[in-house]
Write a protein that binds this ligand. Structure first.
Ligand SMILES: [Zn+2]
Length: 257
């Protein structure tokens, strides 16, 4: 079975909000390693303003620590960047795509809708983060369903199945990533919510920020409803985490390791 490491690949300090993390996963399989999202990258840390711009840094509250990058976290676990064969992207926002350039040989798996959006010149993405000619592999809509949701199988060749689950709204091609774990699943919902409290409190204060950052807010809200249904009907089979909620990250993942 593919095993899962939880790693923190970035910290954001947004005024008036709790500390926010970049909760990536490292999948370890006999066939190699795969990252789910790539966090803030070494190039972002080395030249924050040149790469991201001061306005975005201030708006999102980016913090730049080399230990808070996927490549350093992976080295600390005893692997090397070359062991990472694949990166599966929930979406291509700058706090998720910064680390791509640190793994130039990895295949990047992403929904077709997300890649078209990310390469379209839309303001929310940072073209510099895609300038190293990433080896993209895109996924089209399919008939397959997973607990009632569309599921696009990701070609990793791993012993556990990995699925891209369209959870559109935050961006036009935003997906969750489901990883089979024995009889159950781990679902990484990416930025479908910022804080898990949004699932139980429809009027949570962070919702205004989530609405403002969404490319399609109506779609984001129906995605949240789908997640509520999924967790109430299948919560015993599915463990769920998001990208930014510090409470969903094991405590040992914080700070320099
Ligand atoms: Zn994000």
């Amino acid at each position: 079975m593919t095993s899962i490491h939880h790693i923190n690949c970035g910290t954001l300090l947004v005024p008036n909000f709790p500390t926010v993390v970049c909760h990536c996963l490292l999948l370890e399989d006999e066939a190699g390693l795969a990252l789910i999202d790539s966090g803030i990258g070494l190039l972002d840390v080395q030249d924050p303003v040149g790469r991201l711009g001061q306005q975005l840094i201030d708006m999102a509250g980016f913090q730049f620590n080399e230990f808070d990058t996927a490549v350093r976290r992976i080295e600390n676990l005893g692997f090397s960047a070359d062991d990472v064969r694949h990166i599966v992207m929930t979406h291509c926002d700058p706090d998720h795509a910064g680390g791509l350039a640190d793994f130039p040989n990895a295949q990047i798996h992403v929904a077709r809708e997300e890649l078209s959006h990310a390469l379209s010149g839309h303001w929310r993405y940072i073209p510099r983060q895609f300038q190293h000619n990433p080896r993209w592999q895109t996924y089209e809509p399919v008939q397959r369903r997973w607990f009632g949701l569309e599921a696009r199988p990701v070609s990793l060749g791993f012993s556990s199945e990995v699925l891209l689950i369209p959870l559109f709204g935050h961006t036009l091609g935003h997906c969750g990533v489901a990883v089979q774990q024995g009889d159950g699943w781990l679902l990484h919902v990416g930025d479908a919510y910022y804080l898990r409290a949004e699932l139980t409190d429809e009027n949570h204060p962070v919702s205004a920020l989530a609405a403002q950052r969404a490319d399609n807010d109506q779609c984001r809200r129906s995605t949240l409803n789908e997640l509520r249904r999924l967790m109430s009907d299948h919560g015993d089979e599915i463990q769920r985490i998001g990208y930014h909620d510090i409470n969903e990250l094991p405590e040992f993942c914080l700070g320099p390791s």
